[in-house]
Design a protein around this ligand. Structure first.
Ligand SMILES: Cc1cc2nc3c(=O)[nH]c(=O)nc-3n(C[C@H](O)[C@H](O)[C@H](O)COP(=O)(O)OP(=O)(O)OC[C@H]3O[C@@H](n4cnc5c(N)ncnc54)[C@H](O)[C@@H]3O)c2cc1C
Length: 371
């Protein structure tokens, strides 16, 4: 049975659902995902932070543009903020002075060991040589944000369909035919928001892949030590992102900050990466980890130059890339979604829920830079 819509979005992670939400008041939008629920892949596996100085310059710009929707959303979109305050602490070992100086120049403040241990009482004072701190990071309630995008999509009569793996893409006249097991969807525009599978979707459509690379990142959840007030800890990094840890629900998430190139797949953690992360963590933090409550891995997907690719493919009308969000797809989702609207619904009145976008920013993300 054929179903007709203006736009089919492939992928119901944070990228696809935010883009769909930004477009749904002016186009008929259907989001398809291969899994039984949205957010099963990278979106459901993140560290859930908003970090203003993380990533390349364009990411920092998109992160800043995204803050109003995340921290002070319109009441129609959400009754409460998606963010809550969180500090960021960086720990340096002897020999890390050059990097420490760089971070000081970027605005982090030096803390005495005494002050640092007020915040993180388990810092190993015999090993850690320097401590930097800033309070400009935020936690993001990713599930609430993702659900708010989906709610808004549905409020505007858009559809989200799970268990709908896209198996084939073709053009019949000026319409895309999007084939899943049970239905064929007919659309003017396809938004490729398939995360780690973005190049696979391009290949289905006969479009040249961009060369996106999924990279595995691992996390382990260790129990809180109640006496160390861990639920209130800032996010703690080793200089050079050798590891990080952060309060995460009922435990402390510890990550080796690994970036292992892999094929797109349902990622799982390698024992050696979990052990390596905990080992590194224990060089800085006086916590003898004897139990891991939960461990997981997710794929952070990068374009060849590290900046996202957002925009129409030059080769085929109506094929739109929304790919390469790397390790920043949650914190930049409002701005990325706004760019989709800017390019796809240019004649529609602006959508006040999403940030206003400057054309210069849009141009920097044009996927044709890889052609
Ligand atoms: C450990 C870790 C920590 C992170 N921490 C942060 C952080 O603190 N802050 C931040 O902003 N970002 C963070 N990220 C990055 C962030 O999670 C990603 O950038 C973001 O989730 C990417 O969203 P997406 O929608 O592009 O991808 P996904 O969430 O992977 O969604 C893609 C969807 O496409 C679907 N799909 C693929 N192929 C098909 C097909 N053929 N048919 C139908 N559906 C298909 C998949 O099922 C999937 O649901 C982190 C990532 C990891 C792994």
């Amino acid at each position: 049975m054929n179903k007709t819509t203006d736009i089919v979005v492939i992928g119901a992670g944070i990228a696809g659902t935010s883009a769909a939400a930004a477009l749904a008041d002016c186009c008929k939008v259907t989001v398809l995902d291969q899994e039984s629920h949205p957010g099963y892949h990278a979106t459901g596996r993140s560290a859930a932070t908003w970090a203003p100085f993380y990533g390349p310059p364009i990411i920092q710009q998109l992160t800043a543009l995204s803050l109003p929707l995340l921290a002070t959303p319109d009441a129609m979109f959400s009754g409460s903020a998606f963010t809550s305050p969180k500090g960021e602490m960086m720990l340096g070992l002897p020999g890390d002075e050059a990097e420490i100086e760089k971070q000081l120049a970027l605005g982090m403040q030096r803390l005495t060991m005494e002050d640092a241990r007020q915040l993180v009482p388990l810092i190993k004072q015999d090993s850690v040589a320097s401590v930097l701190y800033t309070d400009n990071m935020l936690d993001i309630d990713v599930d609430s944000l993702h659900q708010a995008y989906i709610r808004h999509l549905k409020r505007c009569q858009g559809n989200l369909i799970c268990n709908a793996r896209v198996n084939a893409l073709s053009k019949l006249g000026d319409k895309w035919q999007v084939e899943t097991e049970h239905h064929t969807y007919e659309a003017d525009i396809i938004i490729n928001a398939a995360g780690a599978w973005a190049d696979c979707i391009a290949q289905l459509a006969g479009i040249t892949p961009l060369g996106v690379q999924p990279k595995r990142r691992t996390a382990a959840l260790v129990p809180f030590i109640e006496s160390a007030n861990m639920a209130q800890w800032p996010m703690v990094f080793g200089v050079g992102e050798r590891f990080y840890c952060t309060p995460f629900g009922n435990g402390l998430m510890v990550s080796p900050a690994d970036e292992t190139p892999v094929e797109p797949h349902d990622a799982w953690p390698a024992d050696i990466d979990v052990a390596g992360g905990i080992d590194e963590f224990q060089k800085y933090i006086d916590y003898d980890v004897t139990r891991v409550e939960h461990q997981w891995a997710g794929l952070r997907t990068f374009t060849p130059d590290g900046d996202p690719a957002v925009g129409f493919a030059a080769e085929a009308e109506g094929f739109f890339w929304l790919a390469g969000q790397g390790g920043y797809g949650i914190q930049t989702s409002p701005a990325m979604a706004a760019i989709c609207r800017f390019l796809i619904a240019e004649d529609a009145p602006s959508n006040h829920l999403f940030p206003a976008i400057d054309k210069q920013v849009v141009d920097l993300l044009n996927p044709s830079r890889f052609c």
